[in-house]
Design a protein around this ligand. Structure first.
Ligand code: GLC
Length: 657
C-alpha cells in the first residue's frame, strides 16, 4: 500500500463519521427523509476515494484541512437538500444512462442570448428553431452578472448568483432550463472559475483591506515575485496590456491579471476559494444548468519557473470539483476549456488513476486547427499525423468538436508534429496566419489578425466560419464557382466534426453562413476586441430562406440538416469508441477509421477543389471491399474500382451487412 493510500485510509476512518455527524446537524439537511439522507452518505462512501485523493494532495498539508473538509461537505449536503425534485429525477436518469452525452444524436448549438433572442425569455421562443435543427445541447455564452462596461464578452463576472440584468433574472434562467429540458435540450453555461471581475464583492473587500479576501487573489507588495514569474509566463492578450500583473495604487499592490486588467486571477491555494466555487457550481446546477463550461482551467494553478498553465494541481482541482459535485448533482457535466497543445489537452479528460474522473468533456481545439490547416494546404498529412499522435481518451469522456468558436483561432501545432511530416512548425503557423487573414496570394479567406505578439511573432486569427471558408470573398466578387466551393468547405468542416465523435457544436449563424460583422467597431466597449467580428447578431431574416435550396442560406442549412440526420442514424459514431486517422495513400484525402464492436466506418474527405482518388487496393487493405454503403446518402458504392471523390466531397463508408 502506497503512503498516500494509507494516509487516505487514515483520514477516511478518522473523519468520515465526524463529517456525517456534522452534515446531519445542518438544519436544511436534517429536514430530509432518512432515505435521502442515506442516499447522500452512500454517495459520499462511493466517491470518497475520488474526492479525498485530489483534496489531500491540494490541501492536506494545512492544519485546517479536516474542519475545512467537514465544512465543505456540509455545504454540499445543503445543496443536495435543496436540489429540486425534477432535477433529482434528472440525476436518476443520467445515472441510469451514463453515456447519454456520447451518443450520436448529440448536437450542440452555441449562442449569445442577446444576439440570438434578445433575452432569456426570448430564447424560449426559439426552441422550435432549435428543435428543427435537432439541437440537444444549448450553450448560452456568458450570462452571469458581468462588470459594467468592457467585460470580455461576459468573462468578467461580478456576481455568480445573478444573471446579467439585460438578459433576465435567475428565475428566468431556471425557467428556461426547465423548458429546454422538456424539449430534450440540456443547458450549458460558462463558469468563469479562473478569475473574477475586479468589481466582484470578494475583490471589493480585498481592496478595502480585508486580508482574508486579499488571500482570495494573488497580490504582491512589490515587483520581486511578479518579475520572477514573468520570466516564464506567456502574455495572453498582449494588445490589451503588457504582462500578467497590474498595479493598484489604493492597494499599493500588484495583482495577478492573466487576461484583462479587470479580471483578477483567483488563488486556489486557498481552500476557501475552492469551496466558494464549488458552492457556486451547485447553486447553478440547482437552477437546472446541466453542463458547466469551466473557463480558462489551464491557468488555475501557478508555479514559479513554469508558464503557470496545465499544472498538475489544476487537474487535481478539476478532479475534486467532479467528485464533490457528484455528491449533490451527479447529473452535472463538467467541460474543460483548455485551448492548449495536444499533449497538454488530453489530461483534462483524465489520465491514469483519474481516467473518467476529471472533466467529462473538453474542446478539441487540435482537430479544429488541423482541419483549417488541411483546407489552406490542400493536404491532410499534418492533420493525420497530429491526430495520430494524440493518445486515446477514457471511454467515458467525450470531445466537444467545433470548426470555430467565439474566440480567435490560435495555431496549436507543435514543432514535433510538424517535424514528423517534414515541415517547420513556426513557418507553418506563419503560413496559416497569412492564409486566413488573406495575405497569402490566392487565399480564399477573409479573416483578421488578433493579438500580434512581436516578441514571438505569434498571430492569431479572427473571422466568421463563412468568411474564413471563402464565402465572403466569393460573394464580394460575385464568383459563383467560388461560392460553390465555399459552401462545400463549410459542409466539409462540419462533416468532419460530426464524424469525429463527441458533441459537435454549431456556432450561431454558421448554419446560415453569416459573414464577418464589423458593427462591433461602433460600440466603444467592444471596439478594441476584434473577436466580435465573428460574434454577429442572428440574422433572422436570412433564416427565412433556409428551406429554399436555390439560396446560399438554404444550401448550407439543408446540407447541415442532412449531416445531422446521417449522424443520428450512424450509431458507430458513439463517442466511447475511438477514431483513428489513417493514411489514405493520397495526401489530399483525409481518412478516419472507426473499428469497434459497434461497427466499422471509414470516413474519407477530399480537402481540395480538385477531384481526388483513393485506390481500390488501399481500400481493400483497410478491409473495405465488396458491397459498401455511403452512410451519408444510404446509397451503395461500387467497390470494384478506385474511389473518386468530388471536390471537397466526404463519404462515410460502411460494409453492407
Ligand atoms: C476563455 C474565453 C475567452 C476569454 C478568456 C478569459 O478563453 O473563451 O473568450 O477571453 O477565457 O476569460
Amino acid at each position: 500500500m502506497g503512503v498516500n493510500q494509507s494516509i487516505t485510509n487514515m483520514i477516511a476512518t478518522s473523519i468520515q463519521n465526524q463529517i456525517k455527524q456534522q452534515v446531519t446537524q445542518d438544519p436544511t439537511f436534517a429536514k430530509l427523509y432518512k432515505y435521502r439522507q442515506n442516499q447522500f452518505f452512500q454517495r459520499l462512501e462511493v466517491y470518497w476515494e475520488d474526492l479525498i485523493r485530489p483534496l489531500h494532495h491540494l490541501y492536506g498539508h494545512l492544519d485546517t484541512f479536516e474542519p475545512w473538509l467537514a465544512d465543505t461537505i456540509t455545504r454540499i449536503g445543503r445543496a443536495y437538500a435543496q436540489r429540486p425534485h425534477e432535477l433529482q429525477l434528472l440525476d436518476e436518469k443520467r445515472l441510469l444512462q451514463p453515456d447519454w452525452y456520447q451518443k450520436s444524436n448529440m448536437l450542440g448549438y452555441v449562442a449569445y442570448t442577446d444576439r440570438f433572442a434578445g433575452n432569456l425569455n426570448g430564447v424560449a421562443d426559439k426552441i422550435e428553431y432549435l428543435n428543427e435543427l435537432g439541437v440537444t445541447y444549448l450553450h448560452l455564452m456568458p450570462l452571469l452578472k458581468p462588470r459594467p462596461g468592457a467585460n470580455d464578452g461576459g468573462y468578467a463576472v461580478m456576481n455568480y448568483r445573478e444573471v446579467n440584468p439585460k438578459l433576465g433574472s435567475m428565475k428566468d434562467l431556471a425557467n428556461l432550463a426547465t423548458q429546454l429540458r422538456r424539449n430534450d435540450i440540456s443547458l450549458c453555461i460558462d463558469l468563469v472559475c479562473n478569475h473574477t471581475a475586479k468589481e466582484h464583492k470578494w475583490a471589493l473587500q480585498a481592496r478595502a483591506g480585508d486580508q482574508s479576501y486579499q488571500d482570495y487573489y494573488l497580490m504582491f507588495p512589490d515587483r520581486v515575485m511578479p518579475d520572477a514569474y514573468e520570466e516564464t509566463l506567456r502574455e495572453i492578450f498582449p494588445d490589451f496590456k503588457a504582462g500578467n500583473f497590474t498595479y493598484y495604487e489604493d492597494l499599493d499592490k500588484w495583482v495577478w491579471t492573466t487576461f484583462n486588467e479587470y479580471q483578477w486571477d483567483l488563488n486556489y491555494q486557498n481552500p476557501a476559494v475552492f469551496t466558494e466555487m464549488l458552492e457556486i457550481m451547485l447553486y447553478l446546477a440547482n437552477q437546472g444548468v446541466e453542463i458547466l463550461r469551466l473557463d480558462a482551467v489551464a491557468f488555475m494553478w501557478k508555479r514559479l519557473g513554469t508558464d503557470c498553465e496545465n499544472q498538475p494541481e489544476a487537474h487535481l482541482l478539476l478532479q475534486a470539483f467532479r467528485a464533490l459535485s457528484r455528491l449533490a448533482a451527479p447529473g452535472l457535466l463538467l467541460k474543460a476549456e483548455a485551448i492548449v497543445s495536444p499533449p497538454q489537452l488530453i489530461p483534462y479528460l483524465g489520465r491514469g488513476v483519474a481516467a473518467n474522473k476529471e472533466c467529462h468533456l473538453a474542446y478539441h481545439n487540435v482537430l479544429m486547427v488541423v482541419l483549417w490547416s488541411c483546407l489552406a494546404e490542400r493536404k491532410a498529412v499534418l492533420a493525420t499525423k497530429a491526430l495520430q499522435n494524440m493518445p486515446l481518451i477514457p471511454s467515458g469522456a467525450s470531445w466537444v468538436t467545433y470548426v470555430r468558436c467565439h474566440d480567435d483561432i490560435g495555431w496549436a501545432i507543435t514543432e514535433e508534429d510538424a517535424a514528423q511530416v517534414g515541415i517547420d512548425g513556426y513557418a507553418h503557423r506563419t503560413f496559416l496566419s497569412d492564409f486566413y487573414t488573406g495575405r497569402f496570394p490566392s487565399s480564399f479567406a477573409a479573416g483578421t489578425t488578433f493579438q500580434f505578439n512581436p516578441k514571438n511573432n505569434d498571430r492569431r486569427v479572427n473571422g466568421s466560419l463563412a468568411s474564413l471558408a471563402g464565402l465572403e470573398t466569393a460573394v464580394t466578387h460575385t464568383n459563383w464557382s467560388e461560392v460553390e466551393l465555399a459552401i462545400r468547405r463549410i459542409l466539409l468542416l462540419h462533416n468532419l466534426i460530426f464524424a469525429y465523435g463527441g458533441i459537435p457544436l454549431i456556432y450561431m449563424g454558421d448554419e446560415i453562413g453569416q459573414l464577418n460583422d464589423h458593427s462591433y467597431l461602433e460600440d466603444p466597449d467592444l471596439a478594441n476586441d476584434s473577436r466580435w467580428i465573428h460574434r454577429p447578431f442572428m440574422d433572422w431574416e436570412k433564416t427565412a430562406e433556409r428551406h429554399d435550396p436555390q439560396t446560399i442560406t438554404g444550401r448550407i442549412y439543408q446540407g447541415l440538416c442532412q449531416l445531422i440526420e446521417a449522424r443520428k442514424r450512424t450509431v458507430v459514431l458513439h463517442a466511447e469508441t475511438a477514431v483513428y486517422p489513417i493514411w489514405t495513400h493520397n495526401d489530399h484525402v483525409f481518412g478516419l477509421l472507426r473499428d469497434n464492436p459497434r461497427g466499422r466506418l471509414l470516413i474519407l474527405a477530399n480537402v481540395t477543389e480538385e477531384p481526388q482518388t483513393v485506390s481500390h487496393d488501399r481500400l481493400q487493405q483497410l478491409n473495405f471491399s465488396g458491397l459498401l454503403y455511403n452512410r451519408l446518402t444510404e446509397k451503395p458504392i461500387n467497390m470494384w474500382q478506385d474511389l473518386t471523390l468530388e471536390p471537397y466531397q466526404v463519404v462515410w463508408l460502411q460494409q453492407a451487412t
